[in-house]
Write a protein that binds this ligand. Structure first.
Ligand SMILES: [Zn+2]
Length: 179
């Protein structure tokens, strides 16, 4: 449901951003896209999201230029959803949000995000405290933490058990019936 449309609300840039990314599931779709998830079925199994909701979110994010729809197979036609620069720019906000959640609501560490060059864990804005630099998203190394299920049921979670850089496309073997 959209936020209020009154003039004062429209002028606030946080309210404007929440019009786009404030719906349930939306930030988790963006999170997965940063992890390298691109395909409908991979989002579906990893998020456990209702199909209709996922389809609506992917469509909305594509319309907003946060994801870009690309055809990766012609016959039968298959599309994937690749995060754009506009979507990648949300990474520091997601990093901050994740740390805030861990500080206030759950101490379980599912993943570490490190500067690939030096191995230092990133600060709350996606910066490397050791190198005193903002780390480009493609240079962020994601590693499993102690709270992550070591034997997950879905293939996307299994693939994400291996340390990998953000944005690196997740490529799973195609199985019969996969969309
Ligand atoms: Zn560093």
């Amino acid at each position: 449901m959209a936020l209020g449309k009154d003039y004062a609300t429209q002028e606030c840039s946080i309210a404007r951003a929440l019009e786009i990314i404030g719906e349930r599931w939306t930030l988790l779709v963006i999170r997965d896209a940063l992890y390298g998830v691109r395909r409908y079925n991979d989002f579906l199994v990893h998020l456990g999201i209702p199909r209709a909701v996922l389809a609506a979110r992917l469509q909305a994010l594509t319309a907003e230029g946060i994801l870009e729809k690309r055809r990766y197979q012609q016959s039968p036609p298959r599309d994937e959803y690749v995060i754009t620069e506009r979507g990648i720019a949300l990474w520091p906000a997601l990093r901050s949000l994740g740390l805030w959640g861990r500080q206030h609501y759950t101490e379980i560490q599912l993943r570490y995000f490190r500067h690939a060059d030096c191995g230092t864990e990133l600060g709350p804005y996606g910066e490397c405290p050791a190198c005193a630099t903002v780390v480009p998203v493609e240079d962020v190394l994601m590693e499993p933490g102690p709270g992550l299920d070591p034997d997950p049921a879905d293939p996307v979670s299994r693939a994400l058990l291996v340390p990998r850089r953000l944005l690196q496309p997740l490529e799973l073997p195609v199985q019969p019936g996969r969309v």
